[in-house]
Design a protein around this ligand. Structure first.
Ligand SMILES: Nc1ncnc2c1ncn2[C@@H]1O[C@H](COP(=O)(O)OP(=O)(O)OP(=O)(O)O)[C@@H](O)[C@H]1O
Length: 209
């Protein structure tokens, strides 16, 4: 699905060759500062490599339109962005920004179920806890139904039990819809339980595996 060749970015990334397969769960692991977030931002066309090529479905990413690429490949950032308004508004805002139709309440409730967030759609989002905001942000990208989810530590603020519940539901749904997931995680348990493919990034001075 993604193929990287001789990709270099500042003194952060130097990747000779990397393949991220489609319709699989790939985990991106490695030390803090190894460049995991930087790599996801590249796959989402928020930044471009200084050197080298990235192919998505055999097409060179530098020929792709960033806006239409981001409809197919959606990133959930490490720090959730919460907007003023209700949970309903916050769920639909990803669809509105990407010029898609908002979803009805039944679909929004299903998204909350997937991420184990037991809240009413009319509640204000601003008062949610950090872990609840993280799940709301994950539900927002779930609703966008992209081909690829790029998830940057999506459950880092959750207790272990909730983390497993959310990952299990989310990944089960992604598998049913033949979606691809690229997941950054610091949890060896999450990586061992859910990942079909593991990529280890090492800090630049130590080389990349
Ligand atoms: N635009 C930028 N310009 C310069 N340096 C940057 C830029 N973006 C990130 N960095 C640096 O690149 C390194 C890798 O950052 P990145 O956030 O990709 O790491 P990470 O592996 O995701 O880390 P963590 O696990 O802590 O989230 C860090 O040292 C960071 O400070």
């Amino acid at each position: 699905m993604f193929e990287l060749h001789n990709v270099k970015y500042k003194d952060i990334l130097d990747i000779e060759k990397m393949t991220i397969p489609g319709q699989k769960i790939t985990c991106l692991v490695g030390q803090s500062g190894a460049g995991k977030t930087t790599l996801l931002r590249m796959l989402n066309l928020m930044i471009s490599p200084d050197e080298g090529e990235i192919y998505f479905q055999e097409k060179n990413l530098n020929e792709e339109d960033a806006i239409s690429h981001r409809r197919r490949v959606v990133m959930a950032p490490q720090q959730p962005t919460i907007f003023e308004g209700t949970i309903r508004d916050n769920l639909n805002i990803g669809l509105v920004f990407s010029e898609n139709q908002p979803k009805d309440d039944r679909e929004l409730k299903e998204a909350l179920r997937i991420v184990s967030l037991k809240k009413e759609l009319d509640e204000e989002a601003g008062t949610l806890s950090g872990g609840e905001k993280q799940r709301l942000s994950l539900a927002r990208v779930y609703l966008m139904e992209p081909e690829v989810f790029l998830l940057d530590e999506p459950t880092s603020a959750l207790d272990e039990e909730t983390e497993h519940l959310v990952m299990k539901n989310f990944i089960q749904s992604a598998k049913q819809k033949n979606q691809t997931v690229v997941l950054i995680t610091h949890s060896p348990q999450i990586a061992d339980t859910y990942c079909e493919n593991k990529i280890i990034l090492k800090r630049r001075e130590e080389g990349i595996v």
